[in-house]
Design a protein. Sequence first.
Length: 145
Amino acid sequence: MGFWYAVASIPTSFERRCVQGTTAEYTLLDNGRIEVVNTCYDQEGTPDVAKGQAWLPDESEPAKLKVSFVRFLGLWWFGGSYWVIDLAEDYSYAVVGHPARKYGWILSRTPILPPDVLEAIYVRLEQQGYRRDQFVSIDQSLHTP
């Protein structure tokens, strides 16, 4: 839960306008679901905000979420698989991926991760079948002094 900066990601079609400052905020709701608010900024500095919900399809696998940004008739449709595939012991970073490796995000509690920490994450991602060159660094200068 909480506020995260996206340090790098496998670009997706729904993020094509995003050029900087991508963040994600996760809030636990009373019904056990998770509110997801993703924000990024386009070339002109205009924010683009996407709100969705996440849920656990199987409570015995708490790292495997479904996330939807499509709400129709009061229901959330087309949930994508978002799996937490790497997590710092102190929750300073998390890596979210997809079982078919179609997308992924390296998230951090700070706008920038130390180079050695980021390198270790990439090594573990490669061990899980991801390619380092799939990931594009995200400009977080908007959030740094």
